[in-house]
Design a protein around this ligand. Sequence first.
Ligand code: UDP
Length: 195
Amino acid sequence: VPTVPIFGIPVSRLNMQQTVAWLTEAVDSGRPHQIITANPIMVMKALEEPAYMKVMLGGELLVPDGTGVVWAANVAGMPVAERVPGFDLMHELFKVGETRGWKVYLLGSASEVIQATAARIKELYPGIVICGIRDGFFGPDQDDEVIGAIREAKADLLFVARGADTQEPWIARHKERLGVPVMMGVGGSFDVISG
Ligand code: UDP
């Protein structure tokens, strides 16, 4: 993947269509991949916290989600093809997933929100299989149980909405055990879809 370094963080220069194609191959590979929607808040946090930087550098694909990142790439003289917002990327993946019967696991947000999100996705993308849902309010003592349920569901895509401080480090820490081919933090996206 062609990238541009933003404060040492390699951000993908692929456009939306190329990103979706790359992620389709990732699903076919069966290997775990963490997709990170890079925005300036996350970049600043990485510069302040080495542990968060490690998470960012460990991502298999960092897409230019924020306009600030697109701007920084321009300043660096290596423009990205276009902005690739995580919210839009999730919808694009649902579209491809419909034709391929992909299984999707939704993790995060409040219980009512995640239920409404699953219902809305079924309405918009009938071909998508929601193989599991779970709210995002659990502690480390429940990690094993949550990860076990996700593994058992054999998801192709895992979307995690628990806030950027939590979701990216959580996916990174458990990436190999989770084993889902495409795992992405989506922040407040479930609140938007369900709303
Ligand atoms: N959330 C969650 N568990 C938590 C904290 C937040 O599931 O422990 C959910 C919250 O309900 C919301 C989403 O994560 O749907 C994003 O939260 P927020 O907007 O506060 O985080 P940000 O994206 O601003 O970091």
